[in-house]
Design a protein around this ligand. Structure first.
Ligand code: KIV
Length: 271
């Protein structure tokens, strides 16, 4: 898809462009986005991926968790983001209980892709069979392992995962299986940096970390956390990029540069 921005031809990134970035050792930048204005700002700065995360339940809707988010919410916000971006690749979350079976997952993913312009859907957990089924239907999949916010009622709190050998081995094994099932990307949330490094080195697909150390192939943060406008305290792994910036664009550019230069996250923002 070629579009025009400021008179120049801008090509929207594809799944193969993102894979090529890992191949050539270029760090991948990703931020969450939920509306057209922030989408355009991030896009103009050059953020590679915009993730329409179900974190919108917390930062946009003011909910206590991501669980109340519906597929209709995701379609609405993803459409707003997709309308305003030119270059960035767009991933949308499948929210809680919208992928209990491969067929239901495919029906909901189809809505996201047809009605909102998502280029890929993200699913939490080792959903191997569902991933394989979606990929067979032509739906690119991003896996999500480590801390799984949709399981908050089982976890009790948002804490670091994969700290014991048994838990770490399970995450490694799940990551391999997701890749084998056809996932094109993997988000690793809140795991020790050493574990994320091993997984990033061993998988051929790009691994995007959040609270997972500097050695992942790319980084994602919740936009409102890094702009320090989220309700409540931002997680330890996030950084306030507004602190030394005179505008939102400057803060996003500082994040973009820090990730591309392997300077974010530092050990202070890792486990
Ligand atoms: O919903 C979201 O914003 C996410 C990121 C935290 C990875 O899944």
């Amino acid at each position: 898809m070629n579009q025009t921005l400021y008179g120049n031809a801008i090509k929207t990134l594809t799944v193969t462009d993102i894979a090529a970035m890992k191949q050539r050792g270029e760090k991948i930048t990703c931020l969450t986005a939920y509306d057209a204005s922030f989408s355009a700002l991030c896009d103009q700065v050059g953020i590679d991926i915009l993730l329409v995360g179900d974190s919108l339940g917390m930062v946009i809707q003011g909910q206590q968790s991501t669980l109340p988010v519906t597929i209709e919410d995701m379609v609405y916000h993803t459409r707003c983001v997709a309308e305003a971006r030119r270059r960035a690749f767009i991933i949308a979350d499948l929210p809680f209980m919208t992928y209990p079976t491969p067929l239901i997952a495919a029906q909901n993913a189809a809505q996201l892709m047809q009605k909102s312009g998502a280029q890929m859907v993200k699913l939490e957990g080792a959903k191997i069979e569902t991933t394989q089924f979606l990929v067979e239907q032509g739906i690119p999949v991003c896996g999500h392992l480590g801390l799984l916010p949709q399981q908050i009622n089982q976890l009790g709190s948002y804490k670091v995962q994969g700290k014991t050998n048994v838990d770490a081995d399970k995450i490694v094994n799940d990551a391999y299986q997701l890749q084998q099932a056809g996932a094109s990307l993997l988000v690793l949330e809140c795991v020790p940096a050493t574990l994320a490094k091993t997984i990033s080195q061993q998988l051929t697909i790009p691994v995007i970390g959040i609270g997972a150390g500097v050695d992942c192939d790319g980084q994602v943060l919740v936009l409102y956390d890094m702009l320090a406008i989220s309700i409540g305290k931002a997680p330890r792994f996030s950084k306030n990029f507004m602190q030394d910036a005179s505008s939102i664009s400057e803060a996003i550019a500082a994040y973009q540069n820090a990730v591309k230069q392997h300077q974010f996250p530092s050990s202070e923002h890792s486990f």
